[in-house]
Write a protein that binds this ligand. Structure first.
Ligand code: AMP
Ligand code: MG
Length: 414
């Protein structure tokens, strides 16, 4: 059986990000939020676009005010008022100043802004009570970023700050990676949709909805294929249909060693290369990972056969599938799982044979993380106490106990 780290390595090296030459689309600025940028963005604009004032005050020639102080102030003639958005009309000559406001363009001749708090205004003249440093409160053209400099790199996730940069660069048609398409199916004769009355022995297919939610949150498009009975032919039909259109297929259930667990044999018969059958992880041991190469596609289609138990399927999604979807989606960084160190409020016990994941809540207390184990059963069949989970505490192989108040690694999830 593979260790978690070996499995992670196999999965992540099998996954190639979408090819930006063939897998991009153009979206309007606001629709780019949450998408992955596919091309470098440069601008022919300087930032700032022109020398401008960082203060409300007076634009002056530094030489005129270099010696001024409260006893010996400099008095200048105000020749123009320049609000933000107006182009100055005049050149500042010796002995002159312009009234200027934050963000307004500097007039020719002036090189320094004196903030209004150290001045006295009287009609058309202004008295400067302090000598400012040369160039003070002037934001110089191109000083934040000169024209032609790359502003945003491909592979970044676009959020509010990137939208602001794109808008400022007057870039409204944004090249982004297309979202990967992830087909999801549930296997099991016992499963019914949530709107059906339950007959004895039946169970609602919760996995499909939870997985579709996580797939969407991870930035991909979920395609729900429904419940497939434990019938090899129907399962084969569903999987081969999914392989026609999806970048990735996720099934839950049917990967264990029972008589009704058909997924692995079907994957092999459809030409899949099974790379993982089980991982030393608890919950989630039976997990199938396979790749399908086809001549009509450049990248292999990825198959995850997750275990059916609701907690197992979610834990294995968070630990293995989510980073895989992120890497596939073209994001160049931050696709690795995020672990933080936290103080556990409860003791955590394991037999030490598999890497064990415990679900619960991560909080910040006085700037330090604490982990609270979810109350109730930590059985992999119990999904009820999974609600509000945002962390999975991890006991590595060989570790049988972490005492309350000791530190534990916690995988951040949501
Ligand atoms: P399996 O891996 O198919 O043996 O399923 C393991 C357990 O998970 C069984 O108790 C199933 O009833 C349950 N299970 C399987 N699929 C789902 C599903 N889609 N939603 C909720 N529970 C499931
Ligand atoms: Mg089953």
């Amino acid at each position: 059986m593979l260790s978690v780290q070996q499995a992670e390595q196999i999965i992540l090296t099998s996954i190639q990000p979408l090819d930006p030459q063939r897998n991009t689309e153009i979206v309007y600025l606001l629709a780019a939020s949450g998408r992955i940028l596919a091309q470098e963005i440069t601008s022919q604009l300087d930032f700032p676009h022109w020398d401008n004032s960082a203060m409300d005050g007076y634009a002056v020639r530094h030489a005129d005010v270099a010696e001024s102080n409260a006893e010996n102030p400099a008095t200048l003639e105000i020749i123009e008022e320049i609000p933000a958005g107006k182009a100055p009309q005049k050149t500042i000559q010796p002995g002159q100043a312009a009234r200027i406001f934050t963000g307004a363009m500097m007039p020719a001749g002036a090189d320094t802004v004196v903030m209004q708090e150290v001045t006295q205004r009287s009609g058309n003249s202004v008295t400067i009570l302090n000598a400012p440093a040369p160039q003070s409160f002037v934001r110089h053209k191109g000083s934040f970023s000169p024209a032609g400099t790359p502003l945003l790199s491909p592979g970044i996730s676009i959020g509010a700050t990137e939208i602001a940069v794109l808008a400022s660069a007057q870039c409204t048609q944004i090249p982004v990676y297309r979202r990967p398409v992830v087909a999801i199916l549930s296997t099991g004769d016992e499963l019914v949709t949530p709107d059906r009355p339950l007959k004895p022995g039946q169970l609602v297919d919760s996995n499909q909805y939870a997985l579709a939610t996580l797939v969407r949150q991870t930035g991909a498009i979920p395609q729900m294929l429904g419940i497939i009975p434990d019938d090899p032919q129907q399962l084969q039909n569903a999987i081969s249909q999914a392989l026609e259109f999806a970048d990735m297929v996720i099934s839950s259930g049917g990967v264990s060693v029972g008589e009704y667990d058909f997924v692995d044999q079907i994957l092999s018969s459809l030409g899949g290369e099974i790379q993982i059958r089980a991982i030393a992880v608890k919950p989630g041991k039976p997990l199938t990972f396979a790749t399908f190469s086809s001549s009509s596609r450049q990248a292999p289609i990825i198959y995850f056969g997750l275990p059916g138990n609701p907690v197992s399927s979610l834990v294995t999604f968070w630990r293995f599938v989510q980073p895989a979807i992120k890497k596939l989606s073209g994001i160049s960084d931050f696709w690795q799982p995020m672990f933080v160190q936290a103080k556990t409020q409860h003791s955590l016990k394991s037999d030490g044979k598999r890497e064990s994941y415990f679900w619960g809540k991560l909080h910040l207390v006085n700037g330090e993380y604490e982990f609270t184990l979810a109350g109730g059963s930590q059985s992999s069949g119990n999904l009820i106490n999974l609600a509000q989970t945002n962390g999975l505490a991890v006991l590595p192989v060989g570790k049988t106990l972490i005492n309350a108040r000791d530190l534990v690694q916690v995988l951040q999830v949501r």
